[in-house]
Design a protein around this ligand. Structure first.
Ligand code: NAD
Length: 401
């Protein structure tokens, strides 16, 4: 359907997405990766679970356009129907597959619930049919509020809550710039358990177990899941909150997978990434205000990174640097190294004390935050006339509807 598309924001999500804007975002990321030297010993066949937006999309682009890898991306996105636009991740993948085809790169996608046995099996069948060699790299980049357990059918919902006692801190409405306080009640044990069941390591383990059992992992395979730690300001809601418990479980799974994969010389890593604006991070209370201040400081230092800059640095300086993968004393890859420098954190903590509704625009990068938020859905791009009608029904070439 031909229609003009404007942003329609509900709470912390935008229910519309602009196909041309999303394509421009994907092209920008491809151009970024291509303008940096390609790695020479990169992966050849890469599976990305959670491949349509945020860190997973940047991982797919880095593998495909930076390493010339064949990629299969798994995600859960919505095609357009009637006057309802598709979701941003859908349009991102339309653009990604088209660009890959133009460069002679294999890129196919699977849309559906990655937690299910059915989607795992579909992925396995596709790999068996299409790929001659084994998978070199499996990136697990899911962010989901809900999981249906594939064996029991039980439904789990994750919550973003603190643990132990209530937590009160500054918060912001990113659209009005109004700052205030928010109190987050502690989670019950049941809520903690459910959050771990959704965002913990079990599903990552299931993917790798099933891929290994099908004989699809290459000798020396690497698998990676993404994590966040952040500063003391956000500890109660993130690192020491319900999501932090889930991330601790993902770290445990990395250790289990290291054993599972040892007979094929495989490795399982956790990459602790920096805070960026994605659909997942905009849902977390307190974090958007922290990110607005962080961006201000890191842009001043010329060390600002979005998803693609982070992930390309992960690929080129860490995973495929021609030498050992650098890890910290806990075995974690620390892509949040620039965010967590003492200097950056001292400045952010200082701004955190001062920030209020009057000074928010001068001492934070709220404008940059907002731009990034709208850009997630293909909006706020000066090169696009949002009054012009566009075709909103677009097919992902490899997906039959
Ligand atoms: P995102 O919301 O941009 O992406 C989530 C992806 O998961 C999408 O591709 C979506 O389609 C897919 N997905 C969700 N539910 C699914 C399902 N049931 N089946 C198949 N696919 C499904 O999120 P993001 O921020 O890029 O997060 C990815 C990872 O990076 C998470 O582990 C997150 O904790 C981590 N991380 C994020 C940040 C940040 O600041 N955003 C920082 C550090 C680490």
């Amino acid at each position: 359907m031909q229609q003009s598309v404007q942003p329609r924001v509900r709470g912390f999500i935008c229910t519309t997405a602009h196909p041309t804007g999303c394509a421009a975002n994907v092209q920008h990321q491809i151009d970024y990766v291509k303008s940096h030297a390609s790695v020479t010993d990169g992966p050849k066949r890469v599976l990305i679970i959670g491949a349509s937006t945020g860190y997973g999309l940047a991982s797919r682009i880095s593998a495909a356009f930076g390493c010339q890898a064949a990629t299969i991306g798994v995600f859960y996105e919505r095609p357009a129907s009637g006057n309802r636009t598709a979701s941003a991740g859908w349009y991102n993948t339309v653009a990604l597959e088209k660009a890959a085809t133009q460069e002679g790169l294999y890129a196919k996608s699977i849309n559906g619930d990655a937690f299910s046995n059915e989607i795992k099996q579909q992925t396995i069948d596709l790999i068996k049919a299409d790929w001659d060699g084994g998978i070199d790299l499996v990136i697990y980049s899911l962010a989901s509020p809900r999981r249906i357990h594939p064996d029991t059918g039980e439904i789990y919902n994750s919550v973003l809550k603190t643990i132990g006692k209530p937590f009160t801190d500054k918060n912001i409405d990113v659209f009005t710039g109004q700052t205030g306080e928010i109190t987050i009640e502690p989670a019950s044990q049941e809520e903690i358990n459910q959050t771990v069941a959704v965002m913990g390591g079990e599903d990552w383990g299931m993917w790798l177990d099933q891929l290994k059992a099908a004989g699809l992992l290459s000798n020396g395979v690497v698998t990676l899941a993404y994590d966040y730690v952040g500063p003391a300001i956000t500890f109660p809601i993130y690192h020491q909150g319900t999501i932090g418990q889930a991330k601790a479980d993902v770290r445990k799974m990395a250790k289990t997978l290291a054993k599972t994969l040892s007979d094929i010389n495989g490795h399982a890593y956790i990459s602790v990434n920096k805070a960026v604006v994605t659909q997942a991070s905009s849902a977390i209370p307190v974090v958007p205000l922290y990110i607005s201040l962080l961006f201000k400081v890191m842009k001043q230092q010329n060390r600002h990174e979005g998803c693609i800059e982070q992930i390309w640095r992960l690929f080129s300086d860490n995973l495929y640097n021609g030498s050992n993968i650098p890890v910290d004393e806990d075995g974690l890859i620390r892509m949040d190294d620039w965010e967590m420098t003492e200097d950056v954190q001292a400045q952010v903590a200082n701004l955190w004390q001062k920030v209020n509704t009057e000074n928010i625009n001068s001492i934070s990068d709220l404008a940059g935050y907002r731009h990034d938020f709208y850009a997630l859905f293909g909006f706020d791009n000066d090169a696009i006339d949002y009054q012009t009608e566009v075709e909103t029904e677009q097919n992902i070439p490899s997906i039959k509807l």
